[in-house]
Ligand binder design. Structure first.
Ligand SMILES: Cc1cc2nc3c(=O)[nH]c(=O)nc-3n(C[C@H](O)[C@H](O)[C@H](O)COP(=O)(O)OP(=O)(O)OC[C@H]3O[C@@H](n4cnc5c(N)ncnc54)[C@H](O)[C@@H]3O)c2cc1C
Length: 453
């Protein structure tokens, strides 16, 4: 790389340019699901001008462009080999803009754990994910399914505006009134449309929740899952819940089945009434349900253990006996992935599927299947593992939740959107990123709208 041009770029921006000889490079070059990446430059941006300059620099020097917020993207595309990474970790502030209307602004580079802690000081929370270290940027742009999803909807359902820099370097504010096409696309369309620096959310007035984990006798998988699915159809919307079938991992981690649960509200009696039936689904081996601040519902990410996640996803209209039969028949077999089933419905379902680019609104549950493979597994083998692990369940599901897909190939991206939604995203992409500058993501190819004759 032209060292003079690099020095001039580094001098012009307010943030830091981290090259391979920098002391911080080794910590910053990898992300959760990609440990072997070696980008040429990591740019820790501080301003919108920094971002515009980094986009220009990457184009002038033909460097692939990656955008990173929390680094938990399953595709591993928030870093790269030989390219430029825009790192948003300095955009990590959490501000209350207007306490009376619960309007808050959160930097894309903040983690949900830090955001939840900062908001707790104001008695506020936002429906987001279940893990502390996941980034605000990536999770929000994909939708956001978490502990308050049935009561308050997806993370994007609380979004009122965002600030971003587009491929041509413009700093834009987008909302229902400002660039509404882009505002629609950002809510589920991922990192395709520009670099988002902050999100304005209407937060929820929640301080405490009741929740935790209930572990059941693994021998009762089929009946516990059937009863869980039946109960969640009539459970109050305050209750969000995830069923997990863990197939075992190594000699010290045997197969397990458990339910994670969160009641969104401080009323302990109502919470106990709602959670009570979950304690009757089967023989309970252990449970730790307790009243806690909402931010304590968010857990640490599981330890890396030298493995990466190969994951798939799909939605289900009804968790019927066919689906439960497949899960029961495969549980504990070699190569079976971890199966997470997240209960949906409630507020998520009440939003018009065409209102945001996240369109899978009318489904009972979302599946997340995660196979854990050694970090150095070759790409062809990963593809094989992905297909094998998901083979039995795929025909029974529809679509995919983009944030739960580790593959970013064209057919996976197509799976993540109904055709009308995909086509609309492609038209918005053509308006704001016609040259597909932002292509390290679940990439939507730009397709200009047909011109009137
Ligand atoms: C342990 C774990 C737990 C999870 N739990 C949940 C959960 O409970 N609910 C849920 O919905 N999802 C969950 N996810 C999935 C998560 O939402 C996605 O992996 C998400 O992409 C992570 O966001 P990030 O900012 O940390 O990732 P990054 O790796 O930084 O980003 C992922 C991609 O998003 C794009 N991107 C990120 N930030 C920006 C930005 N500011 N501007 C433009 N594009 C950007 C880029 O294309 C990037 O490659 C989980 C993932 C993990 C690994």
């Amino acid at each position: 790389m032209d060292q003079l041009a690099l020095a001039s770029f580094a001098n012009r921006i307010a943030g830091e340019v981290i090259a391979p000889d920098h002391a911080a490079y080794d910590d910053l070059r990898t992300i959760v699901n990609r440990k072997d990446a070696r980008p040429s430059l990591i740019v820790q941006v501080r301003t919108h001008d920094d971002i515009a300059a980094a986009i220009r620099f990457s184009a002038e020097h033909q460097l692939r462009l990656a955008v990173r917020s929390g680094g938990h993207g399953l595709t591993g595309l928030a870093t790269n080999d030989g390219g430029l990474v825009i790192d948003l970790s300095h955009f990590d502030s959490v501000e209350v803009l207007d306490a009376s209307s619960q309007l808050v602004r959160i930097g894309a580079g903040a983690t949900w754990g830090n955001a939840a802690k900062a908001l707790a000081a104001h008695g506020l929370a936002i429906s987001s994910g279940d893990t502390q270290s996941v980034g605000v940027g990536g999770l929000t742009l994909g939708g956001g399914i978490g502990w308050l999803v049935r009561k308050y909807g997806l993370t994007i359902d609380s979004l009122v505006a965002a600030e971003m820099v587009t491929a041509d370097g413009r700093a834009l504010r987008v909302s229902a009134d400002e660039h509404p096409d882009l505002f629609w696309a950002l809510r589920g369309g991922g990192g395709n449309f520009g670099v988002v620096t902050s999100f304005d959310f209407r937060a929820q007035a929640i301080s405490s929740v009741t929740g935790g984990m209930i572990i059941y006798d693994v021998a009762e998988l089929g009946s516990v899952l059937t009863k869980w699915a039946t109960y969640m159809r009539t459970a109050p919307e305050e209750l969000s819940s995830t069923f997990v079938a863990f197939p075992g991992f190594g000699p010290n981690m045997p197969p397990q089945i458990f339910v994670l649960v969160c009641y969104a509200g401080a009323d302990e009696a109502a919470a106990n009434d709602a959670i009570g039936p979950l304690l009757q689904l089967g023989a309970v081996v252990q449970q730790n349900i307790a009243l806690k601040p909402y931010h304590m519902m968010l857990e640490e990410a599981p330890p890396a253990m030298g493995v990466r996640m190969v994951s798939e996803s799909g939605y289900i209209k009804s968790l019927d006996e066919d689906v439960i039969g497949v899960i029961t028949a495969n549980h504990g077999r070699a190569g079976t992935p971890v199966i997470q089933i997240r209960s949906l419905g409630g507020a998520l379902r009440r939003v018009d599927p065409a209102a945001t680019a996240y369109a899978w609104r009318d489904y009972e549950a979302a599946f997340w299947s995660v196979a854990l493979v050694p970090n150095d597994t070759p790409q062809e083998q990963i593809e094989q593992i992905r297909q094998n692990a998901w083979r039995a369940l795929k025909p029974l599901t529809t679509g995919a939740y983009m944030n739960f897909l580790s593959d970013a190939g064209e057919s996976s991206v197509r799976d993540a959107y109904p055709p009308d939604t995909y086509n609309r995203l492609a038209r918005v992409k053509a308006l704001y990123d016609p040259a597909n500058v932002f292509n390290q993501n679940h990439n939507i190819q730009p397709v200009p709208a047909l011109q009137p004759e």
